[in-house]
Design a protein around this ligand. Structure first.
Ligand code: NOJ
Length: 758
């Protein structure tokens, strides 16, 4: 009995540890054989990632003497180079001129499409359409591999709850559940379960970890949070990407628990490899190893040793590994085994791509013509753009407009190719994008459109200079602001309706694009106010890379269509929605605050011991004196040209046991007079648990199409894991007790059900 018992325990322990370390893959004999032949210097060379410059620089320094370094066996990969011929040349230098002929990884930032640029990721996430998001990633891989690239620095899955942070544009917003689904869709889109195919590439989940929680929303700033918050609210999307098979992870610029991510052993080894079972390779962010000197972690040798010992495998641009690791080995600060392990992971990635078999597999000069910017890809770009738009307001059903309407098209973003692609689209060509004016004319040739600029994006030339580092995004006209305004007002007075295309230039968000004031710039606010005074209905087509504070504009405008930065097909997609060829269906994936003082504000906040009362003020409650607690626009919010009603919420069971799932059904009816899509959302509230629960948190959704008048019964399944959370010991558990669920079209959903977990 005793032996059976201990054997049983052994098996259980074994199962638990296999589960904890994931399915580690077998050693690759070719890689092991190669490692045996390599000198220490050759191994260190593989850990060095360089960018020769020439394209758009994505950091403040570029690498020098790249060709000589490749020949010397000092380079494992390049990024910022593209084109099959150039990549062939680079591979030839590596393969023919080095002792072991090891091919290079060729990386790039393909964040929302390669040449066919899709909407910015925050926009894409607003589609809540996982198949579509996967498709955009798959097209990005098809196009960029045709141009020689085999390794993508995407998806960016950082949870962001501070819209001051410019990089909120690059991710999927505030929610870990939705963020996890999107992370998975993107990894599957890039890697397609077969890295050896010529049109798939390595996905890199970034920025590991917590980069989106930088204090004050200032880019690169420090982050600090409890482990339970980290595990429950910030880490799930990274884990989801890794579970989906992402081959690579990029460490972030920020520190975690006081140690910069690039040198944080708990993060890169204990959590990532030991707990999650990741067995791909970790690359630093751009010079983030060297930047640990400024963080206060020591000199270049010290920070490089700290990084490699923490579990970082590849050093992006900084060359600290290349220049100091040998010395650290000699001085006993780093073992050769550590270096061999890092090198092994990089060689394994090259092997998985099939580069040892054929270093030139991404160098087919016929592919760009065949695979890039195809008509089919542009169709997806248009579809993705219009599905990313969120209708924020539509008084009197002002939208859609008639195709023969007399329109004053106004605004600095109405005819601006330079601002359509959005941040982080260095591989796209802004000149190929369709501006709004052109799109409206394409879709409604009979409309009478008068275009005037009306205002500059900003009148502040010092601000414009900062925004224009990658090209002219804010162009301040020679004409005076008064003259611009006068032209716009004349056009407005002569039209039936005003369509004002306003908001942020592309580089007002994105990396190093943080703002403390997230309103529409004053020059444009003035334009909007004056347009409204004409008495003509004013429709705003709003562009931005973040949630904006639009409290004033929500009152002023009759309709507001949020279009983010829509990508290459911008104008056509906007026109599809403005004229009603497509009924908008996007929903916000980050709450829009009333004012900056509310930040952070997100749907899954906690209750506090003194929750805010109803509308009547009460002293000693958790509230502001000068603003409601609720955001202006909640997570999950978005209107349609039709309307939807929810009813007959039913739960398959009133009680479930641990490990069981629960089916939830609801009837959704299209009660308006147009066909349309609705994102049906399910929120969960765990009433009592050992860690204070959020008031509600997203745990399911489905996007459904309903013909006018149609009712569909939608089934959402709460999986056993959806009831779980990380408790104080960081165990992933579901605790017995009562749960509430809410189902509806946004995070304020009021249709409620309850069940008990035994
Ligand atoms: C810095 C950014 O943080 C990262 O997202 C990007 O992949 C690298 N630069 C390389 O361009």
């Amino acid at each position: 009995m005793k032996t059976i018992h201990s054997r049983y325990i052994l098996i259980v322990l074994l199962c638990i540890s296999v589960h904890a370390i994931g399915q580690k893959r077998q050693a690759i004999p070719e890689v092991e054989a190669l490692l045996k032949k390599m000198t220490l210097e050759e191994k260190i060379g593989q850990l060095n990632l360089l960018t020769p410059g020439g394209g758009v620089a994505t950091g403040s320094v570029v690498s020098k003497n790249v060709e000589e370094k490749i020949k010397a066996g000092n380079v494992g990969g390049l990024f910022g180079v593209s084109g099959p011929d150039k990549i062939r040349q680079a591979q030839e230098i590596a393969v023919k001129n080095t002792r072991l002929g090891i091919p290079l990884l060729i990386g790039s930032d393909i964040i929302h499409g390669y040449k066919t640029t899709f909407p910015i990721p925050l926009g894409l996430s607003s589609s809540w359409d996982m198949k579509l998001i996967e498709k955009t990633a798959q097209i990005a891989a098809q196009e960029s591999t045709a141009d020689g690239i085999n390794w993508n620095f995407s998806p960016m899955v950082d949870i962001a709850r501070d819209p001051r942070w410019g990089r909120i544009a690059e991710g999927a917003g505030e929610d870990p559940y939705l963020g996890s689904q999107i992370a998975k869709a993107m990894v599957e889109g890039y890697q397609q379960d077969d890295l050896t195919a010529e049109n798939t590439m390595i996905a890199t989940v970034k920025h590991f970890a917590l980069y989106g929680a930088s204090e004050g929303g200032r880019d690169y700033n420090t982050t600090d949070m409890s482990r339970v918050k980290m595990f429950n609210e910030y880490l799930p999307p990274y884990k989801s990407a890794i579970d989906a098979g992402a081959e690579s992870v990029m460490s972030s610029f920020n520190d975690v628990d006081g140690v910069p991510a690039s040198g944080n052993k708990w993060l890169l080894t204990t959590l990532l490899r030991d707990r999650w079972g990741f067995d791909g390779f970790v690359v630093s962010d751009y010079t983030s190893v060297n930047e640990m000197i400024a963080h206060g972690m020591g000199d270049l040798q010290a920070v490089s040793a700290l990084s490699i010992n923490a579990g970082l495998d590849m050093d992006m641009v900084g060359e600290g590994f290349l220049t100091t690791l040998k010395k650290s080995v000699e001085e006993g600060k780093v073992t050769e085994e550590t270096i061999t392990n890092a090198c092994r992971r990089i060689l394994e990635a090259k092997h998985r791509l099939g580069l040892f078999e054929d270093p030139y597999k991404y160098s087919d000069s016929k592919r760009p013509q065949r695979d890039i910017l195809t008509d089919a890809n542009k169709v997806v770009a248009r579809e993705a753009a219009r599905k990313s738009f969120v209708l924020l307001k539509n008084e009197n059903n002002t939208l859609p407009l008639a195709k023969n309407a007399k329109i004053a098209l106004v605004g600095p973003l109405a005819n601006s190719k330079n601002n359509m692609l959005g941040t982080w689209a260095p591989t796209g060509d802004p000149q190929l994008s369709i501006p709004i004016l052109e799109g409206l004319k394409n879709v409604a040739p009979d409309a009478q459109i008068t275009y005037t600029k009306g205002a500059n994006i900003s009148n502040d030339s010092a601000f414009a200079k900062k925004v224009n580092v990658f090209g002219p995004r804010i162009e301040i006209s020679q004409e005076s602001p008064e003259a611009l305004l006068a032209e716009a007002l004349a056009a407005a007075n002569n039209a039936d309706v005003v369509v004002a295309v306003v908001g942020e230039a592309t580089e007002m968000s994105g990396e190093a694009g943080s703002r403390t004031d997230i309103t529409i710039p004053e020059s444009q606010k003035h334009l909007i106010r004056e347009l409204v005074k004409t008495g003509k209905p004013v429709v705003l087509v709003l562009m931005s890379g973040r949630p904006l504070v639009i409290t004033e504009e929500m009152d002023l405008a009759v309709s507001i269509l949020q279009v983010w930065h829509p990508g290459i097909e911008a104008g056509n997609a906007v026109a599809d929605v403005v004229f009603g060829d497509y009924n908008p269906s996007g929903k916000l994936t980050a709450s829009w605050p009333r004012n900056v003082g509310q930040i952070p504000v997100y749907h899954s906040m906690k209750n506090t011991g003194r929750p805010a009362p109803g509308p009547e003020f009460e002293k000693f409650k958790s509230q502001y004196l000068d603003s409601p607690n609720a955001p202006l626009l909640p997570f999950g919010y978005g209107l349609s040209y039709t309307s939807f009603e929810y009813g007959n919420l039913s739960l398959a069971k009133k009680e479930i046991n641990q490990g069981e799932s629960l089916e939830v059904q609801v009837d959704v009816t299209n009660t308006g007079d147009r066909d349309g899509e609705e994102v049906v959302q399910l929120y969960l509230h765990d009433i009592v648990r050992s860690i204070t629960p959020p008031v509600r948190t997203l745990k399911g959704f489905e996007k459904v199409f309903l013909k006018k008048g149609e009712t569909k019964t939608v089934t959402l399944t709460l999986e056993a894991d959806d009831l779980k959370f990380y408790n104080g010991a960081l165990d992933f558990v579901a605790e017995p007790g009562e749960f509430e669920i809410f189902v509806g079209g946004n995070s304020n959903a009021s249709l409620k059900g309850t069940f008990t977990l035994n």
